[in-house]
Write a protein of this length. Structure first.
Length: 91
């Protein structure tokens, strides 16, 4: 197999964490990236997922802000989708 080198720039922390995850899966980082590239070629698409078990700080902050707005009555409520869209369109 003829090989080629791909140079990318990434945050050192990202690289280290990715190497750890790949290692935990029994792969090198190069092996994981090659697997990704082969899947990209085969599927003409790629999937990115988030760990749903660990919500981000942004999401947690947004939920807390929404709870506060509900308690103070600072929110809008709509009877149906049409009413919501009319509100968003400024009618």
């Amino acid at each position: 197999m003829e090989t080629s080198v791909i140079n990318i720039k990434t945050d050192a922390k990202v690289k280290k964490e990715a190497q750890k995850v790949a290692s935990d899966l029994g792969l090198t980082l190069s092996g994981a990236i090659n697997g990704f590239l082969k899947q990209l070629i085969r599927d003409k698409a790629f999937l990115l997922t988030l760990d749903e078990g660990s919500p981000s700080k942004y999401l947690l902050d947004s939920i807390e802000e929404s709870r506060k707005q509900r308690k103070t009555g600072n929110y809008y409520s709509f009877k149906n989708n049409k009413e919501a869209l009319e509100f968003l369109e400024g009618r």
